[in-house]
Design a protein around this ligand. Structure first.
Ligand code: NAI
Length: 247
């Protein structure tokens, strides 16, 4: 019960990693608001929880790339719970293409969700944390933000940008009691990776010293650590969860 009494907002809460985080945070006693673009998936997932857990979680349909939608999310959380202890900026998309084929639309979509979405959520949640002198913000970057990747100009730019924002906010918010960190997953078995050609995925797994893709739960455990009191002196770091792929 490492998050007993805490209120956590998890964006992309209906996706592979996000839903694993929702379940883990519930198991550790948090009140969880799962925010996701995909309302139907979110509502269906909540139905799969055991009944005793359902009052602990609320699903709010949100588009993190739309500032007014984010504002409505944060206002609704504050109205219902009175505070936000933990923000997990986990929502993300891919729109892959090699540079020569990438469209401006693909570029903008990924930047809007993966970079601006993190900015909007933090911009509107952080004042509620600094006002109380406490809070944990965890941003989701990627190994691609550290290494780049073929066909992912947009995604690599956004995920590298997330690391820049994490370090900036760790400085700006740290002395106000708020810790800001990032998790950089490697290749994790979710829808996002399922969209990639099987040959590419198995070649990637071969390169991982642990010789497997990560599980959504592997990343959720990293979120839990950074969100918990165990990480109270951890600020501005990028926790890599990639089986050793970036050694
Ligand atoms: P996923 O595709 O399973 O889930 C992403 C979730 O984000 C979906 O439920 C989707 O509806 C939601 N979402 C998309 N656009 C949104 C928007 N505008 N507003 C609100 N919600 C939105 O992806 P996965 O794998 O769970 O990814 C979670 C995070 O982890 C993402 O930020 C991703 O970039 C990052 N990541 C994933 C890796 C992987 O290998 N799966 C590797 C490195 C990072």
């Amino acid at each position: 019960m490492r998050l007993q009494g805490k209120t956590a907002v998890i964006t992309g809460g209906a996706g592979g990693i996000g839903w694993a985080a929702v379940r883990l945070f519930l198991a550790h006693g948090a009140q969880v608001v799962a925010a996701d673009f995909n309302g139907e998936a979110g509502r269906n997932l909540i139905e799969t929880l055991e009944e005793s857990k359902r009052p602990q979680v609320r699903f709010i349909e949100t588009d993190v790339s739309d500032e007014s939608s984010v504002q409505a999310l944060i206002e609704s959380v504050i109205a219902e719970y009175g505070c936000i202890d933990i923000l997990i900026n986990n929502a993300g998309i891919t729109r892959d293409a090699m540079l020569s084929k990438m469209t401006t639309e693909q570029w903008k979509q990924v930047i809007d969700v993966n970079l601006s979405g993190v900015y909007y959520c933090t911009k509107h949640a952080a004042p509620h944390m600094t006002a109380r002198g406490q809070g944990k913000i965890i941003n989701t970057s990627s190994i691609v933000g550290l290494q780049g990747n073929l066909g992912q100009t947009n995604y690599a730019a956004a995920k590298a940008g997330v690391i820049g924002m994490t370090k900036t906010w760790a400085r700006e918010l740290g002395y106000k009691g708020v810790c800001v960190n990032a998790v950089a997953p490697g290749f994790i078995a979710t829808e996002m990776v399922a969209k990639m050609p099987e040959k590419v995925v198995s070649a990637m797994s071969e390169k991982v010293p642990l010789r497997r893709l990560g599980l959504p739960e592997d990343v959720a455990e990293a979120y839990l650590y950074l969100a918990s009191d165990a990480a109270n002196y951890v600020n501005g770091t990028v926790l890599e969860v990639n089986g050793g792929l970036n050694i």
